[in-house]
Design a binder for this molecule. Sequence first.
Ligand code: SAM
Ligand code: SF4
Length: 447
Amino acid sequence: MNSTTNEVPAAPIPLSRKPSERGGPDTPAGGRTACIRTFGCQMNVHDSDRMRRMIQDAGYAEVQRYEDADLVILNTCYVRENAVDRVKGHLGELNRLRREGRVKRVALTGCVGAAEESQSLQETYNIDLVLGTHNTYELAEFVGLPTMRETYTPELPGTEGEHSAFVTIMTGCNYQCSYCIVPTVRGRMICRPMESVVEEIENLVAGGTRYVTLLGQTVDAWRYEGKRFCDLLEAVSEVAPRVWFTTSHPSNMEDRTLRAIGERDTIVKRLHLPVQSGSDRMLKVMHRGYKAERYRRKISVFREAAPEGTLSTDIIVGHPGETEEDHQLTLQLVEDCEFDSAYIFKFSPRRGTEAADLPGVVPDAIVQRRFLEVLRGVEQNAFRRNQRKVGNSEEIFIRHGATEDGKAIGETWSGHAVHVDTDAAPGTYVAATIESAGPHVLYGRKI
Ligand code: SAM
Ligand code: SF4
């Protein structure tokens, strides 16, 4: 998820690398070239990695600028309207470059590709190929590879051999949250067999992967032949040196999973558990399937299991019908749960969802005020909690190597993002003392 005016990661979650860090030459020596742009969540980042493998196998060199590319792939997000607007902006620019003969072919993939609107976009912007989220494999044929069959799970691990990898354990979602387009564009939940997940991770680790993130819209809803998510997580934690998972749904989160996070050395003590609202009335309108008290109880189990761990969430402000009282309950929950970070979203009506037609639209100025109040609440708590880390010695996993300022970005076992002065390579560990902390990040000095 990207930070925009409508959504704020109140602390960084540095999972994906910048395009320029994702491999592939910047300027082609000749031959065919392709440029992939990714919008949206980690699932999309992962899908882009798979498509990257396909274009590389088909002999394309990856480039970063549209004007250097024969083929441009826009892998898109449909969750909020501003995401679609952004994609339209890119499609307009690509149309112009194509008219000037600088780009030859354009493919639209991901959630916008799966939406009804894709047909009219294809006509308006002359798109050569439109793929949804279930038929990404058809790109292979488009770029000249033998036809592939893929039902629910990538047969092409995207980041094999690198230090960090995303592994999809389930696709789709069985919930019907009032505001959410995901079930429409990604379909119902399909879980991947346990052996297939574990085998893929064993291969990744053998190829040098040091950090595995299990992915899905509601990973904790994963079930397969009597096994539940915690069984899978435990099995993965036996074979991977470092594990995290996202996203979870409060209704599926079991206490035993929360305890496993605390107990298992290889699991990063970081929980992302979207709450959306602190008001039971709004949670009901949203069809979330839990009450605020149940959410609070889950959090207390997590805090007890992993007292040093980090907790993040998603919150929507301004859902239709949200009153001032509902908003105050959200602020209270933010205070009680002491989130270490949060993605805060202004409600965005998505055509085809229930909430898009609900009465009680909240005026923009009120949404903006509520947004800032929630943000302030999260940041104050995060700052307070981060201050407690100052003076600690931490083992830090380097995720991104040092930039010009000499600082690398790493992550503690508690899931805190740390800037540290080291030239250590991504995928390695350094020991550091935490010298200072802001609301979003810790600053460490290598020991
Ligand atoms: N499956 C995850 C869950 O239920 O917690 C969330 C997946 S969704 C792609 C990521 C976040 O986007 C949601 O948690 C929600 O806060 C936000 N979101 C989804 N639809 C939205 C909408 N129409 N307007 C604003 N925010 C939205
Ligand atoms: Fe969307 Fe709700 Fe499913 Fe999350 S659980 S993907 S918010 S429908």
